[in-house]
Design a protein around this ligand. Sequence first.
Ligand code: HAM
Length: 418
Amino acid sequence: MFKAPRGTADTLPEEQPYWRYIQDKALELCRLYGYGCISTPAFEDAGLFARSVGEGTDIVNKEMYLFKDRSNNELALRPEGTAPVCRAYIEHGMDNLPQPVKLFYFADIFRYERPQAGRYRQHHQFGCEAIGDPSPVLDAEVINMALNFFTSLGLANFSLQLNSIGCRKCRPGQLQKLKDYYTPLAPQLCADCQVRLDKNPLRLLDCKKPGCQAAADEAPKSSDYLCDECAQHFSSLRTYLSALGVRYVLNHRLVRGLDYYTRTVFEIQPAEGGSQSALGGGGRYDDLIALIGGKSTPAIGFATGMERIVLNLVNQGITVPPAEKPAVFIACMGGNARVEAVKLAAKMRDAGIAVISSSGERSLKAQLRYANAAGASYAAIIGEDEVKAGVVILRNMETGEQQEMQPGDLIKLAGNGQ
Ligand code: HAM
């Protein structure tokens, strides 16, 4: 017996209304904010992620699905969506377009993580990237857009966590402060953090191990060591967020799990579950495009996990519009009736009416049971007598009322949504 691989999930028809609901809200959001859709391949040159997300990150080091194709190319299933969009921005000369270029995507994302509630090895993201504008006005707009998205879904009880982690100029100073602080504490840190102290001290701040958390709480705050430009950028961002009425929590331990971020970083966290269950996250990545071979280009974006949203919609008891049910089920009995049923079904679909029909092999009772289970509003019943008379019997599935009518009248009736 085959099963879906560990950490992956099938999304069955009854769960699809949640996905459809989220996608519809996302499309409306992107219309309001002027984002165009982009699709990129499910796999890329592995080097793209090593260079951008960073060699020292868990995503690249431990979680990428790596493979060589038959031509020996080193490829990776995409472990995130930002680097591929930036690769496409460079490859298609989008720097020649009016800036910022605003792009959104729905993408499946692959990370070899330890599966748990809301954490999968293949998950799906809705993401937005605004490329080509350094202004904090854009940071505020993108953050507000992410929040508006969750609000439009009806979700409540989430918080915006905000931080600034500086730029290439001020980061070395911050890292030195962290090293100076953490070095005497090294023996108390977990094994991963001991490596981070050497390789990537910023990541010491978001270690989830209880033993390391107390040290992280007291660690020097990156926002206290920003250069003048980064400090000004952060202060302006906060002014714009206040102007928009956006409430946020300054979280100096928020550094995000990808190395490409500069200045603004943010996460949207549900009231329960903390950073391990973030609804979404993002930030500025002003160096990324130059890092993968483009011109120096500032950018900011965010992404959110569809599975996490579904989980929160269900937990918060938010109902979504149900899937559309077929308007009419066509039941038939006998060979001639079957031919008429096939013709009628085709005509109704041509008229844009959702129809399911039976092959007529089972009893009428069994056929009507199926119509009921499928949620059809009406059943059109055709037997040998109806074929002879050129009519159908229309049964209201809710009331059980039946009436005879011409097939043409049925099409008119069903077409009017009666
Ligand atoms: P990320 O924080 O790694 O950021 O992922 C974004 C969102 O995807 C998370 O907040 C979470 O909702 C969801 N997610 C992540 N991992 C999993 C998983 N294993 N299972 C289910 N859901 C998951 C990024 O990927 C960045 N590219 C976001 C970004 C866009 N930054 C700038 N632009």
